[in-house]
Write a protein that binds this ligand. Sequence first.
Ligand SMILES: Cc1cc2nc3c(=O)[nH]c(=O)nc-3n(C[C@H](O)[C@H](O)[C@H](O)COP(=O)(O)OP(=O)(O)OC[C@H]3O[C@@H](n4cnc5c(N)ncnc54)[C@H](O)[C@@H]3O)c2cc1C
Length: 265
Amino acid sequence: MDLATTSLRAARTRADLRLAPGEQFLAGGTWWFSEPQPGVTGLVDLTTLGWEPVERVGDGLRVAATCTVEQLAAFPPDAAWTAWPLVDACMDALLMSFKVQGQATVGGNVALALPAGAMTSLLAALDAVAVVWTPDGGERREAVADLVVGAGRTTLAAGEVLRAFDVPPHALRARTAVRQVSLTAVGRSASLVVARRDADGTVTLTVTAATPHPVQHRFASAPTSAQVDGVLAGLEWFDDLHGAPDWRRAVTSLLAHEVVGEVTA
Ligand SMILES: Cc1cc2nc3c(=O)[nH]c(=O)nc-3n(C[C@H](O)[C@H](O)[C@H](O)COP(=O)(O)OP(=O)(O)OC[C@H]3O[C@@H](n4cnc5c(N)ncnc54)[C@H](O)[C@@H]3O)c2cc1C
């Protein structure tokens, strides 16, 4: 869809990120140009900042916010990154054609904060920390699991830009299991559940898509079935045309037990 009355400004430096009234940040544009955007009079293109899409930082990984889903999936992982198959699984969970995957960015997916945002699922499950540029020239860091606070809601304040996501080595080297379910064959995710077992025995359960925002719980060691049920019992279940809350609760329970069983077997 054309946004005919919208101006476009290419950001080259951080100073270009100061938004004028009515301006918003543009990344891949797959959402911006998918529906009318009343009130938006200008877009500031982040992709012209020239950020390296994916970089090794020590034993960990930095994913630029402007990295596309396709670029992330094409990155060659270290042999020690046993969690890497999660990237493909989460990419497949996105209801996108290959054309959208080539344009949609990881940062745009997180900033949009749809419950079915599978890059949010991936990064939250891997304990990734978002690096956020603040309008005063500063920087703050926040776990992706905490940054998305509801359907379409994040902690990003006006003018704040997602710069990158730092993925720690302990998560990349973990044992993981993932399950995803949709109401229809290639429908939007209704539940996406990841279990991760770290070298120290900690088990982390991350529930997304079924809940309005990511929910994460850490167990010091392999949890009992009752402990998993206990975590799920207190959750708020998302309700939209992609799945009713009681169904999401039922399938998430099944998937959570499966993934925990798989990483602790
Ligand atoms: C056919 C189709 C299927 C889709 N399926 C899914 C799906 O299954 N799950 C899903 O979650 N989404 C889906 N989407 C929605 C959307 O395309 C994706 O969420 C995509 O990842 C958004 O990224 P983008 O780079 O295109 O963002 P844009 O459209 O450029 O921007 C989206 C929002 O994020 C903000 N933003 C972007 N980058 C930053 C940044 N670095 N810092 C701060 N704010 C930023 C923008 O200001 C805007 O508010 C789909 C879209 C289409 C067209």
